[in-house]
Design a protein around this ligand. Structure first.
Ligand code: MTE
Length: 318
């Protein structure tokens, strides 16, 4: 399990002193109240006191995920992006999203719920404990990263609105802002970007809404101000810049599936044995590494999530 509570581990046991000190400094700067933990630390901060943009992210040199994989550098995470609203290449989003307006921001949570609500971003930062979660991100294209997200459990948000018993799926929608997102003017794509999860996947403790990374506010190219992160699924499920979360009864139509249902499954669980129609998924290129590495079933989170798919034929329901 990735999430460790501050009392369970002393970061000075696992972190070289200079990194520990710099993280300790970071947590003070961030107004945090948790202990500094190297692996999946659990720290809290209020939105208003997050690290300012001009401060450097904390040293990450000696930090690893629970498999011992090093974190991908901040500079790579923020310059190699998939964000089609800002361009279909990896470099354009960082450049073109610079002026994207992320404040004020609201998320509507409605549909099959007892208590529909609209949350301002500040409400979400105030109501829900923000934790650091170090997760691997595996893109369907065959590359991957290890990212220290900051965010909170989607389940906690959903509990606030009280889903009805026949709410079997959750649909997520990205903002529609063609004035700011130039690619949304290209009508061959089914804008706005949409994604979906089955309700038990949405309620799983690994599923988070992320509001930052490396202890900083979420960069616009990574989906500011708030995005989904589902670490055992291909990255396209982790929809960015969310404005609506709707509880529904039917499996929602999603962006990539409406473009090509053969190539992009609804479940999209990372699975080395199920090839994409144009390439194998057996291996991946970790950004920053030269040789390819073996892709892990459920992206290495099988112990936590395999039970969600018991009895399903993953080859048919991919
Ligand atoms: N969300 C929106 N709205 N638009 C997108 O193009 N791309 C997806 C996902 N979320 C995408 C999106 C894909 S394909 C991937 S791999 C991840 O975002 C990439 O996230 P990153 O740029 O933060 O690494």
């Amino acid at each position: 399990m990735l999430i460790q509570k501050p009392s369970e581990i002393s970061s000075s046991e696992i972190t070289p002193e200079h990194v520990y000190l710099s993280r300790n400094h970071f947590i003070k700067a961030a107004g945090g109240i948790g202990a500094a933990l190297a692996v999946a630390s659990c720290q809290r901060w209020m939105g208003a006191t997050k690290i300012e943009e001009n401060q450097q992210p904390p040293s990450s040199k000696a930090l690893f995920d629970e498999l011992g994989d090093p974190l991908t550098p901040y500079s790579s995470i923020t310059t190699y992006n998939n964000y089609y609203e800002f361009g279909s290449d990896k470099q354009s989003p960082a450049e073109r999203a610079k002026t994207f307006r992320t404040s004020p921001w609201e998320i509507v949570v409605d549909g099959l719920v007892r208590n529909p609500k609209t949350f301002g971003l500040e409400d979400l930062l105030r109501i829900f404990v923000q934790e650091e979660r170090i997760y691997r991100l595996r893109c369907v294209e065959g590359w991957s990263m290890v990212i220290p997200w900051i965010g909170f459990s989607l389940a906690e948000l959903l509990r606030e609105v009280q889903p009805l018993s026949h709410a079997d799926y959750v649909r997520f929608e990205t903002v529609y802002a063609p004035g700011q997102m130039q690619m949304q003017n290209i009508k061959t794509y089914p804008w706005p970007y949409q994604e979906g999860l089955r309700i038990d996947e949405a309620m799983h403790e690994l599923t988070i809404l992320a509001t930052g990374l490396y202890g900083k506010n979420m960069p616009p190219q990574n989906g500011a101000p708030i995005r989904l992160v589902v670490p055992w699924k291909f990255g396209f499920k982790s929809i960015k810049s969310i404005v609506r979360i709707e509880l529904v009864q039917e499996k929602p139509l999603t962006f990539w599936r409406s473009i090509d249902p053969e190539e992009y499954g609804f479940f999209a669980n990372v699975n080395p044995d199920i090839s994409h129609s144009r390439w194998s998924q057996q291996s991946e290129r970790r950004i920053g590494e030269i040789s390819r590495r073996r892709t892990l079933l459920f992206n290495g989170y099988g112990e936590q999530v395999a039970h969600l798919y018991a009895g399903m034929d993953l080859r048919l329901d991919y």
